[in-house]
Write a protein that binds this ligand. Sequence first.
Ligand SMILES: C[S@@+](CC[C@H](N)C(=O)[O-])C[C@H]1O[C@@H](n2cnc3c(N)ncnc32)[C@H](O)[C@@H]1O
Length: 262
Amino acid sequence: MLRIDLERGLVEVDRPMGTITYPIGSPQAFEWISRAWLRSGWDGKYVYSFTWMGRPIIQLPDDVLRMQEALYAVRPDVVVETGVAHGGSLVFYASLFRAMRRGRVVGVDIEIRPHNRHAIETHEMADLITLIEGSSTEPAIVDQVRAQVQPGETVLVILDSNHSKRHVREELEVYGPLVSPGSYIVATDGIMGDLIGAPRSQPDWGWNNPRVAAEEFLAAHPEFELAPPAFPFNEGTLTDRVTYWPGAWLRRKCMAAAKVNA
Ligand SMILES: C[S@@+](CC[C@H](N)C(=O)[O-])C[C@H]1O[C@@H](n2cnc3c(N)ncnc32)[C@H](O)[C@@H]1O
């Protein structure tokens, strides 16, 4: 049980060993309130309430802003994203790339509905976006994605399609090699593991989720490390991110990658 006392500025958490009280501004209190807020937002479908330049973007705003920080730091030539939906995230990356005067976007989805395709293909950012329709792990589709990347280009990959452990694990295997040293492959929506019992959740989400897929991938691929980008700016006392993507940011190590290329 979590109790928030705004008048006294305290947060109380009932744990097996007893009740723990935290000042509301402490990192621990923020973490507990964030967990509750994320769960409440899941039930209320908060992430289904935003657009970017007119297109629905199904993301937590915190994750969108953190992605912006990563893209500005890595400055990729190409972002590959599996899972397009309405195209809001593709348009978001493309708009950053337009402002940065570098970068383009490749989006893969098993089904791009005609009205979504039309809206993306007629959008102001359309010239920076390539759409590929098919399952992201289908070899012919992976080949099409690879063909979009020129040798030596910097690539960052975002996995936001089918979030089953098996599918994400396969995506990590096929798209991991595309990721440049110092860049990331981001296995989104590991929050599933924290949503057992919530509406629209499944009983197997405790293990059947992208975070577990990422852990397995890391164990088999020492050239990657779990390394969420450090906050480029933080004058506050809070250091943990509020995210739907726990355990998501897998960075390709620079030295190991150099050995692979040697
Ligand atoms: C969560 S939505 C993507 C949201 C989008 N990235 C955004 O931020 O707005 C997931 C998408 O994955 C697609 N999808 C499901 N299985 C897939 C697969 N095997 N390959 C590619 N896309 C898939 C669905 O059709 C759906 O459009």
